[in-house]
Design a protein around this ligand. Structure first.
Ligand code: SF4
Length: 98
């Protein structure tokens, strides 16, 4: 299975696009062991704080965690759970207030 970028290069900076490829390769290499691709995948994009917290916890078991966190930082992801971090604006605001 070849690794496909998650976004086109025109949508992301060059570094983020490169990181996206590394993340896609890590996910492909995990052979189905990526929690956000499992039966509870909607937790990662849920409007529920509790469900997103469950997703954050599940990310800890992900073999692509490092690549995902790097990608999210470089791409400045502003929604959903990426790399074990809730990136929604309200969660960011709460972290920044602490
Ligand atoms: S670390 Fe990234 S790829 Fe892994 S489960 Fe979390 S959101 Fe999905």
């Amino acid at each position: 299975m070849s690794a496909q970028p998650l976004y086109s290069e025109s949508q992301l900076s060059r570094a983020a696009a490169s990181s996206s490829l590394r993340l896609a390769a890590a996910i492909a290499g995990a052979f189905g062991a990526v929690p956000c691709r499992g039966k509870d995948s909607e937790d990662w994009t849920s409007t529920s704080v509790l469900r997103r917290a469950r997703a954050v916890a599940a990310c800890a078991e992900c073999p692509a965690l490092i690549e995902c966190a790097e990608y999210a930082a470089l791409a400045n992801e502003g929604w959903h759970v990426w790399g074990g971090v809730d990136q929604t604006p309200i969660a960011r605001k709460k972290r920044n207030a602490n």
